[in-house]
Design a protein around this ligand. Structure first.
Ligand code: ZN
Length: 424
């Protein structure tokens, strides 16, 4: 029988989401615990830990984990892991929390307790620590020196702003997750737990599954990437971010509608599955590409589609840095500790008039003038300004959905483009 790729870490899916009587008992207990407010990023991380999306993690990282991950993409036990997953709290909150205590993690937005946590370690995150993390995790080929990086990072890099804005103390320890927030109801049918996506793939008889990461509306280039993957795998999992984005990004429900319409009109429906995941973007470019591969492996995908400037922001990363990083990561020998999901690296794709179809830099010999350069950022910019789109930029059905959305907006948002979006 066909077999899916095993979850990362060699321990199966490590879920910490409670259900039934156990959940009710833990909820009751949580009411009596000290409550600590969590950020939207931590909320997403908690849900991923809860449903096994972050297997083998079962809680927030220790100082040794943090250091190992930041320095060399390895947890303290030698398992591959590309970005820190830490819980930050204020000095005031930390003052009366001690190792051995249990606390409740409270989401102010949803007004509910998301999880309980057993504290195993408490460590300070100084500005120097945060600066170090930013330089190791976010500095790419676009800003190869710390000086160039910091000149623009504080203003223009949302990931850096998030890390530098973290509170002063980190708490480590295992969690018991009590809620998946609004995701199961708001995105019913789209939001999957890894065990669910695995079941869907198994029922379809798939073993080689490629994941397409989406945070922008699906345009012609995404469709092309997806179709290349369909040709060489058993199926494709179109996996959209339904967590928080930055201002100006298009809400998940609109993006989901676009994907539905594309799949219905332009795909063999049996060969694709659409899903959503609850994380926020970290804008960590290459490192985030690795994280995407780690959790897609947990969702049952053996391949991760990595195109141009994957998870990039501004001009911080090299166009194909998120592809080449896969060739440089540590590959621990111990069973399960190395990343198994491999990248499906695809060059810059576009519509070419002379080729009379979609092509990439590897297949099309023509010039820039013959090509319609497609980027989600450009698409959003042109739509938000109400302009006409060039032919072949997007599928009519998708453009119509996006036009509707932009016409309904009361406040126009300015969308910044960068070098990549202009094709220079
Ligand atoms: Zn061409």
């Amino acid at each position: 029988m066909a077999k899916l790729v095993p979850p990362h870490g060699g321990k199966g899916l490590t879920t910490c989401l409670l259900e039934g009587a156990e959940l009710e008992a833990e909820k009751k207990k949580a009411e009596g615990l000290k409550k600590v407010e969590v950020s939207p990023r931590v909320k997403g991380d908690l849900i991923m830990i809860g449903i096994g999306g972050f297997s083998p993690l079962t809680g927030f990282m220790t100082k040794a984990d943090w250091k190992g991950v930041v320095d060399s993409c390895l947890l303290a036990d030698g398992t591959f892991w590309p970005v820190p997953v830490c819980l930050d709290v204020t000095k005031e909150d930390a003052a009366d929390i001690n190792v051995g205590d249990e606390i409740a993690l409270y989401d102010p937005e949803g007004d509910e307790i998301m999880a309980t946590m057993q504290i195993t370690e408490k460590f300070e995150m100084t500005d120097a620590d945060k600066t170090y993390e930013c330089e190791k995790v976010f500095m790419g080929e676009g800003t190869p020196t710390a000086e160039e990086f910091w000149k623009i990072a504080k203003e223009d890099h949302p990931g850096v702003q998030m890390v530098m804005g973290q509170k002063e103390v980190n708490l480590a320890g295992p969690v018991k997750v009590l809620s998946e927030g609004e995701y199961p109801t708001k995105y019913a049918g789209i939001y999957h737990r890894p065990a669910e996506s695995r079941k869907i793939f198994e029922n379809a008889g798939w073993s080689e599954v490629a994941a397409l990461q989406l945070r922008n509306p699906m345009h012609r280039s995404h469709e092309y990437l997806c179709k290349i993957a369909v040709e060489v795998c058993d199926g494709v999992y179109i996996h959209s971010l339904v967590g928080n984005l930055k201002p100006g990004d298009i809400p998940a429900e609109v993006r989901v509608k676009c994907i539905d319409s594309l799949v219905k009109n332009y795909f063999v429906e049996e060969n694709v599955v659409q899903g959503g995941y609850p994380l926020d973007m970290r804008y960590a470019g290459p490192r985030e590409g690795l994280l995407h591969a780690v959790f897609r492996q947990n969702y049952g995908c053996s391949k991760m589609i990595i195109g141009r400037d994957h998870s990039g922001v501004g001009d911080f990363y090299g166009m194909f840095e998120a592809q080449t990083i896969f060739d440089k990561i540590p590959t621990p020998a111990e069973e399960g500790k190395a990343l198994v999901c491999t990248p499906l690296k695809i060059d810059w794709t576009f519509y070419c008039y002379k080729c009379d179809g979609m092509a990439s830099l590897r297949t099309c010999p023509h010039t820039k003038e013959d090509r319609v350069l497609l980027s989600g950022t450009m698409l959003r910019k042109m739509l938000s300004e109400g302009g006409e789109l060039p032919d072949h930029f997007g599928r009519d059905e998708v453009v119509a959905i996006l036009r509707d959305y932009y016409e309904g907006l009361t406040e126009k948002v300015e969308i910044k483009t960068h070098k990549a979006a202009t094709g220079d």
